[in-house]
Design a protein around this ligand. Sequence first.
Ligand SMILES: [Zn+2]
Length: 358
Amino acid sequence: MSCGSTTRPGPSPRVRGRPTFSDTLPPPPAPLPRFDVDIPPPDLSPWLAGNCGIPGVMHYQAARPGPHVVLTALIHGNEYAGAIALDRLLRESVRPRRGRLSLVFANLAAFAHFDRASPVASRFVDEDMNRLWCPQILSSARRSHELDRARAILPVIDSADILMDLHSMLWPGTPLMLAGGAESGRRLSALVGDPPLIVSDHGHRAGPRLIDFVRFSDPHSPGAACLLEAGAHWAPATVEATDHAIRALLRHTGLLPPRDEAPAPPPQPMPRHMMVTDIVTAQTPGFRFVRPFRGGETIRRRGTLLAQDGPDEIRTPYPDCMLVMPNLRPGRGQTAVRLAMRIPAPESSAVRRQPDQR
Ligand SMILES: [Zn+2]
């Protein structure tokens, strides 16, 4: 797979249009919200050295064979809800009943710079660590903090059978699982089933994500990966959503015993599968949504005005169009929103529930 093959949907001229007379005035810019930091960063000092020769990687192996499940947190240094969930597993001394379990704290240097007075600033040190996952970039001579770190954890990634990458969101939105472009990612997301909103896509133009790595995107590779967007970056509910998804994954892959507490948890709704069809990129610094849309919001009517971008209007290209993680303040050239339509669920699960969970 080439580095650029994950970026099929381009900027979407078909949702652009010249303004009509009734919509000529762009809305005034909304004031930037204050992002509340309601959870403190975790103390990861017990895990910084790691236990397998790679700093920040904790690895456990069961006597019984089984899949290698990898959970990655802090690919973005300021998204530490996933790190809190991994820290909780480690403090509970959770061990796999079968197979192998690796818990990875990815961008510890960026995390170390977290400052609650400027919580958005510590996403990375030199570059976005979730835009460099292809063999050509990783084997190049180029250096950056994030590239060096990606190369350090590569042996773990390259041996993963199942990977869940733990993230959170800056702008308000419904939690979702990003399945990437591979069928295996969709099936893995459906197997976890929590959150029950699964979005398939073909990545970002700026570079391949960890879930786009050849290990997980090549149909002939044994790996499967998904990316959890569990909720707002610094909200307690995001930690709990991450914890639920992790435990569901570990139960369904047989690394943890099945849930046995009573009463049974309320049944999850059937997962809704969506496919990203359009990437809307801000072409001007004046890009403005007509209102503060929420991620996961579905716009019923085709042709509904979403945003004004200089002289262009951005409208929904089809009915029941879902907005994926709108960036309410995009800079010029940045993704402002992605649009998704509903697709059928995959017919079967390639990552099957393990038969001997008890
Ligand atoms: Zn992220």
